[in-house]
Ligand binder design. Structure first.
Ligand code: KIV
Ligand code: ZN
Length: 510
């Protein structure tokens, strides 16, 4: 019998933290639903004390998602833990994830105030007490408490052992060993996990979890080294999104365990056929496209191009393929819808993609789907996700784009005219720019009077072909706040305008 390794997904917390955008509660719920389909063991839904929106999102996910444990993050601070307790009150299986820094750099750098002590030793003693108090308080709200020893990868091992023993003694059911800065290398990280098992006497009472960041591109390798040395929970995110260079990509960790089960001799409960769909959903929701060569979920991950490879593959696919595309859900996503697909078929497909829409939302989506199907003949899953994300918005529409006309050419000055509804007023304006997209954004800025700056602009063809849906994501910045806007259309100028207006509406709602 192979031992099981639990999978802890932190896309909605560590992943979202880095995306430069905050997901609303409905968006988080959509992703959480798909994570539940993927059959992860734990969903870290957010950090409730960070904002009322995140509190609400964790609360909604806790109420609606059954199956995986729902986890919320906190510092080792009573108010954070109480916020987790409240947000998770309706969860069937709540978990509180609390912890504190353990490396000397964190202890001295983050706890400078004299209230934590005047020397490194004094501060360390104080932090041990804070950790124990935090775990005990958290246990009052949830029977399942995970303790993280932040920056464990750079910590003095003796202090780390003492901290973990203290947390387990106080009631931690899982101890998380984060390589917060992605500093370690696989042999070293594996040895650290082994040494924890050998030196922390009560370690048998808790599961050891590994949480690796990717600053040196080693997050997945370090995670797997942790598993080889006794970790029985792996943490990561879909597509590896996360702080700085990201977290361990869960699809890579899980497929490595599944493909090399002969080597790792453990298993997970993940339904790997859901990976492709989950990856696309997360990329769309967070506006972070997946590179074509990304392992497991990149669009080239199962393409063969050189003559020798194609020849070998056609004779026997195992010559050049170590995983089957259908095992990660690649083929299933190619189901194509056309204008003849009825409302029922559309709803069915949307539900499979993780979108549960109300009747009104389905009506709007269906109308838009018909328009796209008219233009494109075939509508792919990726198109559908773009349509839903574009049409179904919890964001209040302060600004509405009624009309857009853009003009450009090799010897013309790019010009755009827009008509917008702003509250009860309808306003029109025009502008010239460096290109048609620039002209449109300037025209919208003139009409709305906004001072928001375009900090990032990305465009991608959602599906292939010249008639593909173009999806634009923008990041707007105003008064130190950043939001993401998204727009999709078969016309990229229109998609750009929609993304810009979407961003302005989000800023207006802050
Ligand atoms: O990277 C890290 O240390 C974290 C902790 C909060 C678990 O994300
Ligand atoms: Zn992290």
């Amino acid at each position: 019998m192979k031992e099981r390794v639990a999978v802890f997904d932190t896309t909605l917390r560590d992943g979202e933290q880095a995306a430069g955008t905050r997901l609303g509660s409905r968006d988080k719920l959509t992703v959480a639903r798909q994570l539940a389909r993927l059959n992860v063991d734990v969903i870290e839904a957010g950090y409730p004390a960070s904002s009322p929106e995140d509190f609400e999102a964790v609360q909604l996910v806790a109420r609606e998602i059954h199956g995986p444990a729902i986890c919320a993050l906190s510092r080792a601070v009573a108010s954070d833990i109480e916020a987790c307790g409240k947000a998770l009150a309706k969860a069937k299986r709540p978990r509180i994830h609390t912890g504190i820094g353990v490396s000397d750099i964190h202890v001295m750098g983050k706890f400078q105030d004299a209230k934590y002590g005047n020397s490194l030793a004094a501060k360390k003693a104080k932090l041990l007490k804070m950790a124990a108090d935090a775990v005990k308080l958290a246990r009052g709200f949830a029977g399942d408490v995970e303790f993280y020893a932040e920056d464990a990868g750079r910590a003095d091992p003796e202090y780390l052992f003492e901290m973990l023993a203290t947390a387990i003694e106080a009631g931690a059911t899982v101890v998380n060993i984060p390589d917060t800065t992605g500093y370690t290398v696989p042999e070293q990280f594996g040895a650290l996990i082994r040494s924890i098992r050998e030196n922390v006497k009560n370690t048998g009472r808790a599961t050891i979890s590994v949480h690796c960041h990717n600053d040196l591109g080693l997050a997945v390798a370090n995670t797997l080294a942790g598993v080889s040395n006794g970790a029985r929970q792996v943490e990561g995110t879909i597509n590896g999104i996360g702080e700085r260079a990201g977290n361990a990509a869960l699809e890579e960790v899980v497929m490595a365990i599944a493909t090399r089960t002969d080597y790792f001799k453990v298993k997970t409960s993940i339904d790997t056929r859901e990976f492709h769909r989950t990856s696309r959903l997360v990329a769309d929701m967070l506006g972070m496209p997946v590179p074509a060569n990304k392992a497991v979920v990149g669009s080239n991950a199962f393409s063969h191009s050189s003559g020798i490879h194609v020849d070998g593959f056609l004779k026997d696919r195992e010559t050049y393929e170590i995983m089957r595309p259908e095992d990660v859900g690649v083929t299933e996503s190619r189901v194509i819808l056309t204008a003849r697909t009825g409302r029922h078929g559309l709803r069915d497909r949307l539900e499979k993609l993780g979108f549960k829409l109300s009747k009104e939302e389905l009506d709007v989506t269906y109308q838009r789907f018909l328009q796209v199907a008219d233009k494109k003949q075939e509508v792919f899953d990726e198109d559908l996700a773009a349509i839903v994300l574009d049409e179904i918005h919890p964001v209040a529409e302060t600004y509405h784009l009624e009309y857009l006309h853009a003009y450009s050419g090799t010897s013309a000055i790019p010009t755009a005219t827009v008509r917008m509804k702003i509250g009860d007023q309808v306003k029109e304006g025009a502008a010239v720019g460096d290109g048609p997209v620039d002209a449109v954004c300037r025209a919208i800025s003139t009409v709305t009077g906004t001072t928001a700056k375009l900090a990032r602009y990305e465009i991608r063809a959602v599906t292939s072909g010249t008639e593909a849906m173009g999806e634009v994501t923008v990041q707007l910045e105003k008064d130190g706040r950043r939001v993401m806007g998204r727009g999709a259309s078969t016309d990229v100028i229109e998609a750009s305008a929609k993304a810009f207006v979407d961003g302005l509406n989000k800023l207006a709602g802050l």
